[in-house]
Write a protein that binds this ligand. Structure first.
Ligand SMILES: C[S@@+](CC[C@H](N)C(=O)[O-])C[C@H]1O[C@@H](n2cnc3c(N)ncnc32)[C@H](O)[C@@H]1O
Ligand SMILES: [Zn+2]
Length: 819
């Protein structure tokens, strides 16, 4: 669903879909309860809360945010808009119109310039697009001599009234991070043509002259809703020759840009499809009751909205445990520079009389990443943490916080989640919401970028009453409980796990603590970190780039690694359909919750390996289907080779019914039931029987092969581990050659490296096996040494490289290769 008119009056960056916001508010609050958004942006949360009969606290450090929020929420008599518009029109319209008069090149009568096309490198316009009231047509022409003279005249005149004189720089002289990147355009006025500056100055002045404070504000609101459209920031688009827009998240003047008629823009800011009249009609209708509070306490009486321009870092005007629900959308790293981008609007609003509401130094407390503000990632993370501590304090115990944010890199994603958890919240669920309608821009994103939003539900623990007294707690016992809970999380994940993901599972840790009577313990994830650190290199190890893992994993029988389970689900989805990244992410997030929710990046890695992008969707790579078929072929080859090498053959129970050269593989299997030396019936039934292929001699497994086309190989490794050491089995994993790099990484990972080395696993590529099969087809017997020769050691480079020769020698010396 698109934005309703009330949210379309004024541009803002990263506006949240109102219907989603409304659903959350409905679900987590009752009528009359208080909803807080301390990063309210354009006010969607507050406005939707009012519509639903809730009370709203709208906080943002950015004065344009609180201004937009107020202007959207506050009721306004439409007749008053009309009256004010007529007054401005009477005083300003003619003066402005004159600036845009030209001559129709068809009929020779006066016409109105709608748009002029300019080039940055040229001081004259290229083309004039105008409306001729006589011909009743939109036309286009090259500028005439008169047109050029007119522009010259305007260029040397003074702007008749005040215009903002603001540099697009920080006070220390540094240019904005997302500045114009054009040297000549580092002041605000340079974003406009002289003609438009003149027109804007007249228009703004006439608005300033309005008597009534409220109406004047609304007209200024209409003014800033169009002022960026009157700038030089619109590229000339062949499909939209008359329409301007703010194309990028910065002050960018394209090489060829449009200059739009200021009066036409203003008229449409009032009367247009996304104008003030239509917008206020919608909000007037939707908001049945509006009474602004001056301070929080007034919300307990009849006021229902507090709008406050202040930092979320300090919510001291809101008492402890007083808010019923928080829905918020914090800044996403430095993706959007709100301060820098708002200067254009705020500088105008501030006006000649320097309206104190619209200050221009609020960047000092802005939460962002911005080198020109000297704010790095740590700054961002720390501030976010402080803000969520404040949010935690004001929220009632047992109530919810929904944090939403747009796709972003993993680092920012982790930072947000950590900041919230470390503030004391318990993470309950992550939901991934694909966009209802992908924007044109989102579609241009590279494949594998999430274009939707995350919605994460947190809860302030019920038991929380205030700061915990250290002595209340039996530290030692609590630590043991935490330690065990961390172990459970690692066992469930089955793979090294970053701190953020362990924290995602901390609900489990706290519920464990509560079960043991530690009611007030659930507020400090610092403790979890501490327990990890205290057990570093004792219970756990920390693997760089991967996270925490058991020092001695075999003690804990962890689950299959999470990434293999995720991989299986992704492959399953891809087998069923061609899917967008969003579809896939949503599937995954519904299935793997809390500590099990994988990072979007790991999902992307999997897709890159198994799928390819096609028409904006991910499609299973056709090679994968081929490889599935090749799976039985490889087993067939190996079975025939094994026989020629003098072994008896066992074929994996599931594989026996697969077809090879027109017959089921079971035809090549020499046993009905498997019985092996030193091996329990149970181990055979549960594990060994499932191994893809075994070469057997005298009830010993001489060679074991697992043919794999994905990297989900932990199962295969486990099965093969059940073959007793006394068999001196040679173990091989047979893979498609293009999976080599992926497999190397896997075999090198902390989870498998030790086992791969200890058990001497080797790799054989599909390609090499196929070739070996065809060159030995005619031979009646084969030496097993030959198959060993086509195998590779899954190690990129090591000091003591195990060469094929040394491997073969070593093998023959223990008697296994004699035939
Ligand atoms: C992602 S936007 C919110 C957009 C909003 N959800 C909407 O629908 O329009 C984040 C907001 O955080 C604000 N912000 C940045 N630092 C802040 C701080 N220290 N205190 C309060 N707000 C801050 C920015 O001004 C911006 O409006
Ligand atoms: Zn004409």
């Amino acid at each position: 669903k698109g934005h309703p008119r009330r949210h379309l009056i004024h541009k803002f960056w990263a506006r949240k879909p109102h219907n989603v916001v409304a659903e959350y508010i409905k679900h987590y609050t009752k009528r009359g309860e208080i909803v807080l958004d301390p990063f309210v942006g354009s006010g969607v949360t507050a406005v939707e809360a009012l519509i639903l009969g809730r009370k709203a606290v709208a906080i943002d450090l950015n004065p344009i945010s609180t201004f937009i929020t107020e202007m959207v929420a506050k009721p306004l008599d439409l007749k008053d808009i009309e009256k004010a518009y007529r007054e401005i029109k009477r005083k300003a319209r003619e003066k402005i119109r004159e600036l845009y008069v030209t001559t129709c090149n068809k009929c020779g009568k006066d016409a109105n310039i709608m748009v002029c096309v300019w080039e940055r490198k040229n001081s004259n316009p290229l083309e004039i697009r105008f409306y001729c009231p006589t011909c009743k047509k939109k036309r286009s022409k090259s500028p005439s001599k008169e047109d050029l003279q007119k522009i010259e005249r305007i260029n040397i005149m003074d702007t008749p009234y005040w215009i903002p004189n603001v540099a697009l720089r920080y006070p220390d002289g540094k240019e904005y991070k997302e500045g114009t990147h054009i040297k000549e355009a580092s002041t605000l006025s340079r974003l406009f043509t002289k003609r438009n500056l003149v027109a804007l100055s007249i228009l703004f002045h006439k608005i300033e002259e309005l008597e009534d404070d409220t109406i004047r504000d609304f007209m200024k609101f209409a003014f800033t809703s169009m002022v960026h459209l009157a700038s030089n920031m619109t590229p000339d688009r062949p499909t939209r020759p008359f329409s301007s827009f703010w194309a990028q998240h910065r002050y960018w003047i394209p090489p060829r840009f449009l200059e739009s008629n200021v009066w036409a823009l203003f008229r449409s800011a009032i009367w247009g499809r996304q104008g003030l009249v239509k917008g206020k009609k919608d909000s007037n209708n939707a908001i049945k009751y509006f009474k602004q509070a001056k301070k929080f306490e007034e919300l307990e009486n009849d006021a229902n909205i507090l709008i406050s321009t202040q930092s979320a870092l300090d919510l001291s005007n809101i008492p402890n445990n007083s808010v019923d629900y928080v829905f918020t959308d914090p800044p996403y790293g430095g993706d959007i520079q709100y301060f820098e981008l708002s200067t254009l609007w705020l500088a105008w609003l501030r006006g000649k009389h320097e309206d104190k509401r619209f200050n221009l130094d609020w960047w000092e407390d802005e939460i962002t990443i911005n080198s020109e503000q000297n704010k790095d990632f740590d700054y961002y993370h720390n501030r976010l943490h402080v803000a969520f501590r404040e949010i935690f304090r004001v929220l009632k115990p047992g109530r919810y916080l929904t944090v939403t944010f747009h796709n972003t890199d993993v680092k920012v994603y982790n930072s947000i989640i950590r900041a919230v958890i470390f503030a004391g919240f318990e993470l309950e669920r992550i939901i991934y919401q694909p966009p209802a309608r992908a924007s044109a821009k989102a579609l241009l994103q590279p494949y594998g970028s999430a274009i939707g939003d995350y919605y994460i539900r947190f809860r302030k623990p019920i038991g929380f009453v205030g700061k915990i007294e250290e002595r209340e707690i039996d530290e030692k016992r609590a630590k043991t409980i935490i330690l065990n809970a961390i172990k459970r999380i690692l066992m469930e994940r089955g793979e090294p796990t970053p701190l953020t993901d362990i924290l995602k599972g901390h609900t489990l840790i706290y519920s464990e603590l509560r079960k043991h009577g530690y009611r007030f313990f659930g507020t400090n994830p610092e403790r979890i970190n501490k327990v990890l650190e205290e057990n570093r290199d004792k219970e756990f190890i920390f693997i760089k780039g991967q996270g925490w893992w058991f020092k001695n994993p075999s003690k804990y029988h962890p689950e299959l690694p999470l990434n293999e389970r995720v991989e299986a689900v992704v492959l399953d989805t891809l087998h069923r359909k061609v899917a967008t990244f969003d579809d896939i992410l949503q599937d995954i997030y519904l299935r793997f919750t809390n500590a099990q929710t994988p990072s979007p990046n790991s999902v992307k890695e999997i897709l890159k390996e198994y799928a390819r992008p096609e028409a904006r969707k991910w499609k299973l790579n056709p090679r994968i289907r081929e490889q599935e078929k090749e799976h039985s072929e490889m087993i067939g080859f190996l079975a025939q080779i094994g026989k020629k090498a003098g072994y008896q053959i066992w074929i994996g129970q599931k594989e026996q019914s697969d077809i090879f050269q027109g017959k089921p593989l079971s035809k090549l299997c020499d046993f009905k039931e498997l019985s092996l030396e030193n091996t329990s019936y149970d181990d055979i039934q549960r594990y060994v029987k499932q191994i893809d292929l075994l070469w057997i001699k005298e009830r010993k497994v001489a060679f074991a092969f697992e043919v794999e086309y994905t990297t989900a190989i932990t199962d295969a490794f486990m099965r093969c581990s059940m073959i007793p050491e006394s068999h001196h089995t040679k173990r091989f994993i047979v893979i498609p050659e293009e999976r080599e790099a992926f497999m190397y990484r896997k075999l090198h990972s902390e989870l498998l490296r030790e086992r791969v080395e200890k058990e001497g696993w080797k790799l054989i590529f599909f390609r090499d096996l196929r070739e070996f099969y065809s060159t030995t087809k005619k031979k009646l017997s084969i030496s097993p040494k030959e198959i060993v020769e086509i195998a590779k050691t899954p190690v990129e480079k090591r000091e003591k490289q195990v060469t094929i020769d040394s491997f073969a020698n070593q093998s023959s010396s223990n008697g296994l290769l004699e035939n």
